[in-house]
Design a protein around this ligand. Structure first.
Ligand SMILES: C[S@@+](CC[C@H](N)C(=O)[O-])C[C@H]1O[C@@H](n2cnc3c(N)ncnc32)[C@H](O)[C@@H]1O
Length: 258
């Protein structure tokens, strides 16, 4: 019996071994099995009080109402972006997002750090507003259904969303071609979410020398099965620069510029 118990503990996922324990010894499972977060491909019993704090909920809502996330709940991913943005507040530098859609992440970040008051900084938002370019996709990416996403491609709506912020600059065009329009030297925050490896690597290469030491790069798609090509490309990118990528259970990858 002891051997069986040990094997169950070692090889079964916690929820399954908990269920087994409950079957064998009813009433013995601890409140430990309480789930605190179950959305967006992530289930955990760990503390996520951050998502109930006023500043968080207000900023999250500012992004959520735009419909950028197709109705999905992405609190933990947004939490990671807020953390990166707060670091950039202390560090200095401009903010960049490559892949904006309807502005969900970027509008939430603007609200959270009150970006409008940072008159000496610019938040650059880059998007083709035409979706992913077929020419950029490998056969593997096509097979994985990268072209299935149906983006709103609504440039005017994004302009309206940010019109009250003089320091938000929207750059419409395909990356990498549009990168030359980014006239900044120092970057403190970089969010990359293009769903396609070729332009993502081009953006990372373009911004790498402009990133301040300590700046955070958040790769939205790094750990998602559908986006394996992006993970492979970024693993190579990181290896050649001798930096590690932190793989998060949200599906994001994080790089800190040395
Ligand atoms: C997943 S969405 C971005 C979601 C966004 N971060 C949010 O907060 O909702 C990906 C976006 O990348 C854009 N995109 C894809 N490939 C691009 C490229 N090569 N250049 C510019 N934009 C691109 C698409 O038009 C789409 O709006």
């Amino acid at each position: 019996m002891r051997i069986l118990k040990d094997a169950a503990k070692q090889y079964l996922p916690e929820r399954l071994s908990g269920a087994l324990r409950e079957l064998l010894h009813p009433g013995s499972t601890k409140p430990l099995e309480r789930i605190t977060y179950d959305q967006d491909g992530l289930i955990t019993m760990h503390n996520c009080d951050f998502m109930h704090q006023d500043a968080f909920t207000r900023a999250y809502l500012a992004g959520d109402v735009l419909g950028s996330w197709f109705g999905g709940k992405v609190h933990w991913r947004v939490h990671v972006l807020f953390w990166a943005a707060e670091r950039a507040l202390r560090l200095g530098g401009d903010f960049i997002e490559c892949g904006v859609h309807l502005g969900g992440f970027s509008r939430a970040v603007v609200e959270y750090v009150d970006f409008g008051r940072l008159t000496d900084r610019t938040f650059y938002l880059l998007d083709s507003f035409e979706g992913v370019s077929k020419e950029h996709l490998s056969e593997e990416e096509k097979k994985r259904g990268i072209l299935d996403y149906e983006y709103a491609n609504d440039y005017e709506a994004v302009c309206r969303t940010f019109q009250q912020f003089d320091n938000v600059k929207i750059i419409k065009g395909l990356i990498p071609d549009s990168l030359s329009q980014v006239d900044c030297e120092n970057v403190g925050f970089l969010s990359i979410d293009l769903n396609s490896a070729v332009p993502e690597i081009a953006a990372a290469e373009f911004f790498w020398e402009r990133l301040l030491p300590g700046a955070t790069v958040v790769l939205d798609d790094y750990g998602w099965e559908k986006h394996l090509a992006q993970k492979h490309a970024f693993d190579k990118f990181a290896e050649s620069r001798n930096v590690p990528i932190l793989s998060l259970p949200t599906g994001q990858g994080v790089i800190i510029k040395p």
